[in-house]
Design a protein around this ligand. Structure first.
Ligand code: 5AD
Ligand code: SF4
Length: 460
């Protein structure tokens, strides 16, 4: 049974936000967000609370009175980076009394907490991934009493609803539908930092998406570590949720991230096939193409099962495109295993491959496995995979030339205000010259050429 944080607790936090606002501090904040879309969505909630407290966003860290590090633990280099940044901030704190807050996945890792307690006394507030809603209370106490507020236990946590949110993107809105993960892939730290799976109630999600449509959002991205094990009720799963969101007027594009291949069931495929608004590009993390490596990763599928799933989806959803995540250099990966990965990449013909070099995470099962791969071999394999994937993406883009694509116009291109930019239903960026009144509209364009990062189109 998943507990929802009682309304009174959230109301109490609104009182703290009001109390802080009433202090009239005129402070600025800066949030440094690392990692995945879930973390970005958490940062939007932190920003929402800070705005409610009367604070404004600073354009740089050095202008900020409150700095929040919303950290990610997925790979090792992130840790070095964040500790480096904390070090840099020490001087700023001495000069202008900056309040430093440490949040996100790393704040759930015991060795990180130890390190902060021992060597990073500049950190004032530390909270986890499950209790972000308590931030106003911690900040109020920090401002009005002297002291540190470290609150991280109970990672399994609860679901909480109703905190303010300041969305970073004006066209696409992220909606977290579940938190945590029960899979324990042997390389992954997430089950330890975000606790067990817990799903939001369908009515809360639907209400949020309806609200977004009313605000003018045309696109939603449904987020969770493992979205297709979403369970809103005993008789309500991810397929039901997708189907209900597909009916919400005003929402034209529905994306989701990330599904797990082992839980990708027929009912979800059928909903995608029959839906009007679900994006036909599916992110389907492969991780490795070798059945042996997949087994030691505890992924719950073989190379063949993954390929069968791709075929099954392709048969039911014509025009579907796939993107994926791959880890190279997992302990025990032989040249032959790696060749299997390349083989799957060739066969599936991914639209995009997100590649990662295996990075040891403390406390995971893979940390203690035999056969860790030397760095040179890992990077050599990484380069080979990259070369293959880049070539395929390039070839894939060529297929678009001459076709007519439906795109949602997102805005002006960052580098040239004469050019508008949008995305195809398969998530390809399309740049074209057009009138600014097209922004926010869904239009058809003809693709005329392809470039490394985008397709070039013209209005028809
Ligand atoms: N090392 C390298 N990559 C990892 N990922 C998760 N854990 C690790 C790790 N220890 C990758 C996986 C996942 C993506 C978000 O990050 O590919 O899908
Ligand atoms: Fe990590 Fe595996 Fe869970 Fe994804 S499904 S968050 S890779 S444990």
């Amino acid at each position: 049974m998943i507990n929802t944080v009682p309304k009174e607790e959230i109301e109490k936090q609104y009182e703290y936000m009001k109390k802080i606002k009433d202090l009239g501090l005129e402070k600025t904040y800066f949030i440094y967000t690392m990692g995945c879309k879930l973390n970005e969505n958490d940062s939007e909630k932190i920003a929402g609370m800070l705005t409610e407290m009367g604070f404004t966003e600073a354009s740089t860290v050095s202008d900020a009175d409150i700095v929040v590090y919303n950290t990610c633990s997925i790979r090792e280099n992130a840790e070095e980076k964040v500790f480096g940044k904390l070090g840099e901030l020490k001087k700023q704190k001495e000069e202008r009394g900056t309040i430093i807050c440490f949040a996100g996945c790393m704040s759930q890792e015991p060795h990180v907490i130890e390190k902060i307690k021992k060597s990073y006394s500049q950190v004032d507030i530390l909270f986890g991934t499950h209790n972000i809603y308590k931030f106003p209370e911690m900040l109020y106490k920090k401002i009005t009493e002297e002291g540190k507020w470290f609150d991280v236990w109970n990672i399994d946590g609860e679901i909480w609803e109703g905190v303010p949110i300041k969305r970073a993107d004006k066209k696409s809105a992220s909606v977290t539908i579940m938190n945590g993960c029960n899979n324990f892939c042997t390389y992954c730290i997430v089950p330890y930092t975000r606790g067990r799976e817990r799903s939001r109630k369908p009515e809360d999600i639907i209400e949020e998406v309806k609200g977004l449509a009313e605000e003018g959002y045309r696109e939603v991205m449904l987020l969770g570590q493992n979205v297709n094990s979403y369970k809103g009720r005993e008789d309500y799963n991810f397929a039901n949720l997708l189907s209900d969101i597909d009916q919400i007027p005003g929402i034209d594009i529905i994306r989701f991230m990330s599904p797990h291949p082992k839980d990708f069931k027929d009912d979800v495929i059928d909903v995608i096939a029959s839906s009007k608004h679900i994006c036909k590009v599916i992110h389907l993390p492969l991780q490795s193409g070798s059945s042996k490596v997949l087994k030691s990763m505890n992924r719950g599928y073989t190379k063949e099962q993954y390929l069968e799933l791709v075929d099954k989806i392709r048969a039911k959803v014509p025009d579907v495109a796939f993107t994926t995540d791959i880890i190279v250099g997992f302990p025990g990966e032989t040249e032959e295993d790696f060749e299997d990965t390349l083989d799957v990449v060739r066969r599936v013909d991914f639209e995009q491959v997100f590649m990662f070099i295996y990075s040891v995470r403390k406390g995971t099962r893979a940390e203690k496995m035999e056969g860790h791969i030397p760095e040179e071999i890992k990077s050599e394999r990484f380069s080979r995979l990259k070369e293959l994937a880049d070539g395929m993406v390039d070839e894939g883009n060529k297929k678009y030339i001459g076709t007519i694509q439906k795109i949602l116009v997102e805005g002006e291109s960052k580098t040239n205000s004469e050019v508008l930019t949008g995305r195809t239903t398969t998530n390809k960026i399309v740049n074209f010259v057009g009138d600014k009144s097209l922004i926010g509209k869904e239009i058809e364009v003809r693709i005329v050429s392809q470039h490394v990062w985008y397709l070039k189109g013209e209005t028809i």
